[in-house]
Design a protein around this ligand. Structure first.
Ligand SMILES: [Zn+2]
Length: 652
């Protein structure tokens, strides 16, 4: 996922509900304590069984024990599931999905199967012979939802759960803009898959799936699976996903979209009016796949397609396997924001192939992916270009760490402790950029050749498996670095320490040095004349430099800059989002109508959080609230949740 929010505000949960969740988990933990060892042996062997049944997947190389996933009831289940057959009908009038999730069960002799759910209306559960099974939903927990216990599964091969999603299901956004065709999409990461599928909603467990989705017949359904590229008359679409995936990679989108090929294994889906622009913007995708394979081995998912979503999508991109979901805000018309494609593509190895075992190990997904992304960008666009990305990462990281050290210093550790909290709290620059610089430091310490050989083997050895922080550190010590190198890097301090170690790698960017000179000139009222060939990244550095160095009443300078460069009217969403910072700080109100239009139309959380926060922190909370009232209905639940907390807005 590309998100990179600055999440100063931690979501607070009512005390009693938090206690419920912890009590319930403690109960389950106690209950299973004695069974734990046996369970893990069974779990590991089950993995071998279930994976060997499915081609393209291999057993995990997991000698270590998986840790407790505090965000899933499934961890406590001795009965397991291996394959999902999903049959759903999408009702755009009622904003619901309705149908049946049929799971293949391996009971291991246990009587009860635990799955995760949230807000699902379950009508019945039957086995493979149609015999009804008794079940129970546990008390509602504000973080976990309602764990589902299905009883009497000891001799059962399948459980079929018939259910309806809630119109408020947090994963799903239903969009019916006036005069336009409807669109819906899901966002399952981190623990929202349970709001549309009763499932083992933990990144540590994988399954294969097939699905049948029934949609209005002028729309196309797409999933993180093998996809049709054209609509059919019936509006019924079949999907197969033969590579095993964890629940957070379950994805569905339905819209009036068309397909354009980019190469023989890559393509783009988008609404007709944006399809051509998207295909042009992403034309270098095949080059990126070739670069990625050259670095760390074959692409394991056959096809790599990109779906361009409506602007309300809360993230930059989501690495749903075979079908990246992407925000339209990266279509800048100059291919300057395609590092996002490199990022989502890199997830095909780091995250989708080798997956963080729990959300406390989130940096295992994102830190590796930022590292891999920068390496792909370096191959395709050169070191100079990639170093601009690294420099931006570094600035943002330092800023976020400083923020967090005041508010929640424990969250500056790579290895997180999110027990009793929403795992979305772990989505910060720490996992992404501190993770990136940790890996970069190892590369610089051992040399690039050794590190690349190590990473290639790491992905190959653990493909279709899970990884904890501790498993990685063991693997690192066994296969790459000596004790001296371990100490030189300061591995333990990087992973378990708060803040930023002193040996944070430096980034040298000559292109940014030129920009910094231009900032000085502009602040003196002289127009820099070397900006013609600037990329978006250089403009971002420029605006950041203005923001950091402009003191007193800055409205005059901002007006001049707007005359020179037309920032307020820019079609580039990254530039706009950066520009709102000095605009808000200096109350350059001429730009406020454009800012309001942007905030009402774009739902990408990375852009929203800094703008609303800046308004709040400069005593313009009334402006923030007035815009938010108009904008909130357009946002996905993921963004709403963050902004509600930031602006003290009562949740619906
Ligand atoms: Zn990511």
């Amino acid at each position: 996922m590309v998100s990179n929010i600055r999440n100063k505000q931690t979501t607070q949960y009512p005390h009693s509900l938090a206690v419920t969740s912890i009590t319930f988990l403690m109960y389950l933990r106690k209950k299973t304590q004695n069974m734990r060892k046996l369970c893990l042996v069974v779990a590991t062997s089950l993995f071998v069984v279930s994976c060997s049944e499915n081609h393209q997947t291999e057993p995990i190389n997991n000698k270590n024990t998986l840790p407790m996933d505090v965000h899933s009831a499934y961890q406590n289940s001795d009965a397991r599931v291996s394959h999902l057959n999903l049959s759903l009908k999408a009702d755009f009038d009622a904003h619901i999905l309705q149908g049946t999730a049929t799971w293949d069960v391996v009971s291991n002799g246990a009587d009860t199967l635990y799955l995760d759910t949230r807000g699902l209306d379950i009508t019945d559960i039957v086995d493979e012979n149609g015999k009804e099974l008794t079940y129970e939903l546990q008390d509602y927990d504000s973080v976990l939802g309602q764990p589902l216990s299905i009883y009497g599964v000891a001799n059962v091969k399948k459980v079929a759960i018939t259910y309806t999603t809630s119109p408020q299901a947090e994963a799903i956004q239903w969009l019916e803009p006036e005069g336009k065709t409807p669109f819906m999409f899901t966002q399952s990461q981190a623990i929202l898959a349970r709001t549309w599928i009763p499932c083992p909603d933990s990144p540590g467990w994988r399954f294969t799936y097939e699905a049948t989705i029934d949609v209005p017949n002028h729309l196309l359904a797409l999933m993180s699976a093998e996809n049709a590229t054209e609509k059919n008359d019936e509006g019924i679409y079949h999907f197969r996903m033969e590579q095993s995936i964890p629940s957070y990679l379950m994805a569905l989108a339905i819209g009036d979209v068309s397909f354009a090929p980019l190469s023989n294994r890559a393509g783009v889906f988008a609404e007709e009016h944006i399809l051509e622009a998207a295909a042009w913007e992403f034309a270098e995708t095949e080059d990126m796949i070739v670069a990625a394979e050259g670095l760390y081995g074959d692409y394991d998912w056959e096809r790599y397609d990109i779906l361009v979503l409506p602007a309300s999508f809360p993230f930059g991109g989501m690495e749903n396997p075979r079908l990246t979901f992407a925000t339209p805000t990266i279509i800048a018309g100059d291919r300057s924001l395609t590092s996002l494609v490199a990022h989502e593509l890199a997830h095909s190895w780091s995250g989708n192939l080798v997956t963080n075992a729990t959300w406390n190990d989130f940096w295992i997904n994102e830190g590796f992916t930022v590292y891999f992304e920068h390496r792909i960008m370096e191959v395709v666009y050169g070191r100079d270009y990639a170093e601009m990305l690294s420099a931006l990462s570094r600035t943002d990281l330092i800023e976020e760490v400083a923020d967090f050290m005041e508010t929640r210093p424990e969250d500056t550790r790579l290895k997180l402790d999110l027990e009793g909290r929403n795992p979305d709290d772990g989505v910060s620059r720490i996992a992404y950029d501190k993770g990136y610089f940790f890996l970069r430091l190892i590369e610089e310490t051992v040399g690039r050749d050794r590190f690349d050989a190590f990473l290639k083997t790491y992905f190959q050895t653990h493909r279709f498996g899970v990884m904890t922080t501790e498993m990685f550190l063991d693997y690192l010590r066994d296969n790459l670095i000596s004790d001296d190198e371990w100490n030189a890097v300061g591995v333990s301090e990087w992973v378990y320490g708060k803040g930023l170690p002193d040996n944070l790698p430096a980034v040298e960017s000559t292109r940014f040095a030129n920009v910094d000179e231009a900032v000085k000139m502009a602040l003196d009222g002289n127009k820099p004349d070397n900006t013609d060939q600037w990329s978006t990244h250089e403009w971002l550095r420029f605006i950041q430099g203005i923001h950091d160095n402009l003191t007193g009443d800055g409205r005059g300078i901002l007006t001049t800059l707007d005359d020179w460069y037309g920032f307020t009217e820019s079609g580039n969403s990254e530039i706009l989002a950066a520009w709102w910072q000095p605009v808000i700080k200096h109350q350059y109100t001429e730009a406020y109508p454009a800012m309001e239009t942007f905030l009402v139309n774009v739902g990408r959380r990375k852009f929203l959080t800094p703008a609303y926060r800046a308004l709040k922190e400069t005593d313009q909370i009334d402006v923030a609230k007035a815009i938010y009232e108009k904008a909130r209905p357009n946002y996905h639940a993921v963004s709403r949740q963050t902004m509600d907390a930031l602006l003290n807005h009562p949740p619906a």
